[in-house]
Design a protein around this ligand. Sequence first.
Ligand SMILES: [Zn+2]
Length: 488
Amino acid sequence: MEKQKVIMVMLDTLMDKALQLALKEETLPALEYFMDHADYYPDVVTPFPAMSVNVEATLLTGEYCDKHHLPALSWYSKQDNRIINYGTHIMELLKMGLSRSVYDVIYRLNNEHLNSDVKTIHEEIHERGKESASINPLVHRGASLNTLTMPPLMRFFLSVDKTVEVRSPSKFVYGSLNKLSPLKKYSHLWNKCGFNNDFSVQEFSHLVKNNEIPAFSFVYLPDHDKNVHKHGPMEIKGIKKMDQQIQTILDSFPTWGDALENNIWILIGDNGQSRITSDRQHASVDLRKVLNPLKITKLRKGVQKDDQIVLGINLRSCYIYSLNIDEVPLTDIVEKLKVDSRIEMIAWKKADWIHVTSGGNEGSLQFKENGNMKDVYNQTWDLAGDYSILDLKVDGNNIEFGEFPDALKRIHSSLYSHKGDFVVTTVKPEHEFIGESTPTHVGGASHGGLHKNDTLIPMIVTGTSTSPDYLRVVDLKDWILSLTNFKV
Ligand SMILES: [Zn+2]
């Protein structure tokens, strides 16, 4: 059938348990309507570290970060000898007053850092002569050139050009910097320049009302993340709010029936979150203390001559870089991390093997690609040591995962995502990493870890009886392309 168009709505931090609770306790007409007509997948595996840019890039390219090269929100570029921090939001960057960080997120992320050797869904659809839409995700590389216009207030505070040219799909919304509808609501500085649910809904509804829905639309609703960070994983008021916003989208069609009849819908989360204990001392693993006395690069100063290590903190995970491997071998960093029993996983490369251990643990696990053991995703590995470190269930040559879904490939991809000598580490549920100026969510929730709490996201699908090869974000691209009948 030719009629199908794919509309994917990413509902930030939608999680299965909270959704089930919300469906029971609240009136959610839109989500109930979808659930009545949908196939529901509660446990789709998101990439590691579970941070927005990595999730979006994995979804759009169908590759993990070893191939798409966006390792996380915060990482250290060896080539530029500086920390890249896309910020959890453009507003935070504004507060920091960093013109360079603004360029990192609005320009370099899509135009330089995202590997040009991999293709996004938008680029593939363009090659097949069709159009696609990107409404508010940070990762949006496509085949058209679009001009972002910097808000005057931003230009007042920062030295940024008035306009910046970026590659995107032809139908492109990036807050108020590039919009489709003539409406002015929800787009001011105090509305985060349009990076909010109501603005995303308004802009997509504009396409619907004008009969301009393209072959594939990626509509991102960012707001719920902060509700869960603040109030914990079972927060449902934000889900009720999202339901109202989805109702507005459905109402822009002649009828809700028409909306579902003529389109394939994918409603999906982006990452889970783990509850953070309310005991501040216990909750926060302060890397400045754990790594003492090593000299850590300060954010504002940047890398200095006598610095020894750099931190790329991503909430519940962290990349830790040695600036001089002869002076500070990775094993020195590992030994320090191992002392803290709140640390869940520590991984690093040594020759072509990956080594993994954890806090308070003397054992270790080693693995590398292409061995004679096979995991549930048909990926093959050589494996040795203590399997319990990654909660692997090994039966003969078969590997199944427990607490850490797709652990081997996801750790492997993070360690091969960018250049440098570094360790990647995560904390157990209830905890998060802190450094010089990291947000904390004591008594709330956080993400970025390898644990299934951070990893499993729900997906609601209508209009097709097919499903991806595996229930992982990395497997969605091929499936979405096949749904739009573009794949040969
Ligand atoms: Zn978040």
